[in-house]
Design a protein around this ligand. Structure first.
Ligand SMILES: [Zn+2]
Length: 151
């Protein structure tokens, strides 16, 4: 999936789970993009020097940054500082993994090499992404942006 789709997925999960305030929303947005720092051309990866290229070559795409180990480690670090933000991180991160599992395969149990995926009846991921973006756009046009307390 592309970065925009992961943002939509993260924001949707945040809405469903009652995240309204700007700071946690930003954490959800960043954490929804974070796993794809293993690609230099990803939405977040293009702003980070060197690291995405290394991650893409050494452990490979959709491996360490898409794993339970990585997510739990980051979650624990954030939880030491601010538990509310740790919950926001979890929402964005898990939404990313769920979307990637339905549109591809990820090494969720890294360092074990096996990758897991759940194909949606052979529906190409681009159709899922397009439908999600259309639904999100419709919701925003119909006033959904009022849900957030951003003024
Ligand atoms: Zn990903």
């Amino acid at each position: 999936m592309n970065g925009a789709s992961h943002l939509v997925g993260g924001m949707t999960a945040a809405m469903v789970l009652g995240i309204h305030s700007p700071a946690p929303i930003v954490v959800v947005a960043v954490s929804a993009l974070l796993p794809d720092i293993d690609r230099p051309n990803s939405l977040l990866g293009r702003f980070i020097p060197v690291l995405p290229s290394i991650l893409e070559k050494v452990p490979g795409k959709r491996t360490i940054t898409h794993s339970f180990l990585f997510g739990a480690g980051i979650w624990m670090l954030i939880n030491l500082v601010d538990p509310a933000m740790a919950f926001a991180f979890l929402i964005g991160y898990v939404s990313h993994l769920i979307l990637d599992i339905f549109t591809g395969r990820i090494a969720f149990l890294f360092p074990l090499p096996q990758k897991f995926g759940i194909p949606l009846f052979g529906i190409p991921p681009v159709f899922i992404e397009t439908a999600a973006m259309a639904a999100w756009g419709t919701w925003v046009v119909l006033g959904g942006y009022n849900y957030f307390y951003i003024t």
